[in-house]
Design a protein around this ligand. Structure first.
Ligand code: ZN
Ligand code: ZN
Length: 169
């Protein structure tokens, strides 16, 4: 049997997880709850049913979005991480270290689908560095995003981020 191992985590790296085994389903959900919880047009979710799932660093904060569903997210950086219901835990596909590893095979909540999502692939397309003249900060940008693999240690990023410079006192 092929050994399936899928690691992932939030943008800052405070919360990390591993799925061992073959997840039962990869889907996108268009429902209004998922739109809001992800701040996105739809939510990409990997059901961990049938596989072994565990947190390997930290744990998410939780918001009960209804009487049956809990949403997990990183309390440090805000990355949406889970949809948890009586039938199991699904994790955000975009939080996987390799989001391309488990392509979706079904859509849910299509009654709430934002109509234009069917046409996103036809929009004009730019590479990040195509816009360098309009966003010169990209030339020397320093990422605070956790790398797409597990690490032995983790330190929080100072809260000031990268957009404000603090005056020397
Ligand atoms: Zn985080
Ligand atoms: Zn949904």
């Amino acid at each position: 049997m092929t050994h399936h191992l899928h690691t992932g985590g939030c943008q800052c790296g405070a919360v990390r997880f591993v799925i061992e085994g073959k997840p039962s389903q990869s889907s996108i959900c268009h429902c209004r709850m998922c739109q809001k919880a992800f701040g996105a047009y739809y939510a990409p979710l990997i059901s961990t049913r049938g596989a072994s799932f565990r947190w390997t660093r930290g744990a998410p904060k939780q918001f009960p979005s209804s009487n049956h569903v809990v949403r997990g997210f990183c309390g440090n950086c805000g990355t949406p991480l889970t949809y948890e219901a009586a039938d199991g835990i699904a994790v955000s596909a975009g939080a996987l270290d390799d989001p391309s590893a488990l392509p979706p095979s079904i859509q849910y909540g299509v009654e709430a689908k934002v109509p234009f999502v069917d046409h996103l692939g036809a929009l004009p397309a730019h590479h990040t560095m195509d816009d360098i003249a309009e966003a010169p900060f990209l030339a020397d940008i320093v990422s605070n995003q956790h790398p797409d693999h597990d690490t032995d240690t983790w330190q929080p990023v100072p809260a000031s981020g990268g957009t404000t410079k603090e005056d020397d006192a």
